[in-house]
Design a protein around this ligand. Structure first.
Ligand SMILES: [Zn+2]
Ligand SMILES: [Zn+2]
Length: 379
């Protein structure tokens, strides 16, 4: 029998989550059958969902929690309002929790939404009881954010802003289109429930379901399907290892509209100092992870020791080639900035870089073959 006493229930949160869920399901279906909805209801649902979602991903998460870029005052104000509309606590509180999550990921005693405590707990359970009571108002890990006047303004007036947006926006739309109840249900309740649970999936599903191309040292996963519903946040394995990169999906084909928004705003002068990690560090992380996966495969094979030694040799060789390529590439970049008389030297360096690039491609090809079938390492 479980003798550990659970902390008290937070009835306000239970009421909000349960109440909005009933309205978004039973209420929305009932009203649809009785009155029906127009295209305007669905268009505004999408607009409001994007406004809330992006305020969390681009604002709360990548701007305030991780400082991956800087944003103009007007944009920060928009994110602060959208974040209150998303009803996920103030940016200061959210960021404080999230920084603890990154620092102590998967530590059941310290990570506020540790995935190791199961799907329900990491998804929503952690907000239903007073699990965080002793550190609830401890914002020492967000001293930088306490200097941001917009963050502090939103924190101080959070309840008012949350009520004004969550009731005011659907109400105003309802009055405009002549259907107050319909808009309260669709843009109020349904939008809020969709916005809540898609964000919550990052703490739950994105730590359970997906691949781990960069690291298996924590539970975070990359998942393209989740990325689609979360404005790019589904590439969570990359994010947990390179949290200071403003991108989550780094490939051109990966769906990361938050990254596109931040980048587009940079061309308008609304965002600046966009931080990225180098391609070399990313490739190195991938290489180390494929090595770890290959070691697991070898473990069960009869000549495991011999295979492991040969694999280690191939790994070190590829790593040294990768490092050499990166150093040479930096030299080319430096020499490109130099004077005319050194242009000959630059041209030589470029030729060497091209050769090394071809050589590296061959090594990578062999490495891919080896990690998919480790026996090949002895061939
Ligand atoms: Zn996470
Ligand atoms: Zn994060």
């Amino acid at each position: 029998m479980d003798t550990v006493k659970k902390p008290p229930v937070i009835w306000l949160n239970v009421t909000i989550f349960l109440g909005t869920f009933i309205l978004a399901t039973v209420g929305v279906i009932w009203y649809g059958m009785v009155e029906g909805y127009s295209a305007a209801h669905w268009v505004w649902l999408v607009i409001a969902f994007i406004f809330c979602g992006m305020s969390i991903t681009a604002g709360y998460h990548r701007l305030w929690s991780h400082k991956t870029y800087q944003a103009h005052r007007s944009l920060r104000l928009l994110f602060a309002i959208g974040g209150a509309f998303a009803l996920q606590n103030s940016a200061l509180h959210w960021s404080s929790d999230h920084r603890v999550h990154h620092k102590h990921v998967d530590n059941n005693d310290k990570d506020p939404y540790s995935a190791k405590r199961g799907f329900w707990y990491s998804h929503i359970g952690w907000m239903l009881r007073e699990y965080q009571a002793e550190r609830y108002e401890d914002y020492r890990n967000c001293r930088d954010l306490q200097k941001d006047s917009i963050v502090m303004w939103q924190h101080k007036h959070y309840v008012l802003l949350a009520l004004a947006t969550n009731f005011g926006i659907p109400l105003a739309l309802g009055l405009w289109y002549g259907d107050v109840l319909g808009f309260l249900l669709i843009v109020g309740a349904l939008r809020l429930v969709l916005s809540h649970h898609t964000t919550f999936f990052i703490n739950s599903l994105a730590h359970i379901w997906g691949s781990q191309p960069y690291t298996s040292k924590n539970t975070a996963r990359d998942n393209g399907i989740l990325a689609f519903f979360t404005f790019g946040e589904g590439y969570h394995n990359f994010h947990h290892i390179f949290e200071h990169d403003y991108r989550n999906g780094i490939r051109w084909w990966q769906f990361d509209p938050t990254k596109w928004l931040i980048r587009s705003c940079a061309s308008l002068g609304l965002t600046s100092n966009l931080k990225t990690v180098s391609a070399y560090r990313i490739e190195k992380a991938r290489l180390i992870q494929t090595m770890a996966n290959a070691k697991d495969k070898i473990f069960t094979l009869p000549n495991a020791d011999q295979l492991q030694a040969a694999l280690e040799q191939e790994f070190q060789l590829l790593l040294s080639k990768l490092t050499e390529y990166d150093q040479l590439r930096s030299q080319v970049i430096d020499s490109a900035k130099s004077s005319v008389k050194e242009k000959y030297e630059e041209a030589l360096l470029r030729v060497r870089l091209e050769q090394l690039d071809l050589n590296l491609k061959e090594h990578k090809k062999r490495w891919r073959q080896i990690v998919s079938n480790p026996r090949l390492v002895l061939s």
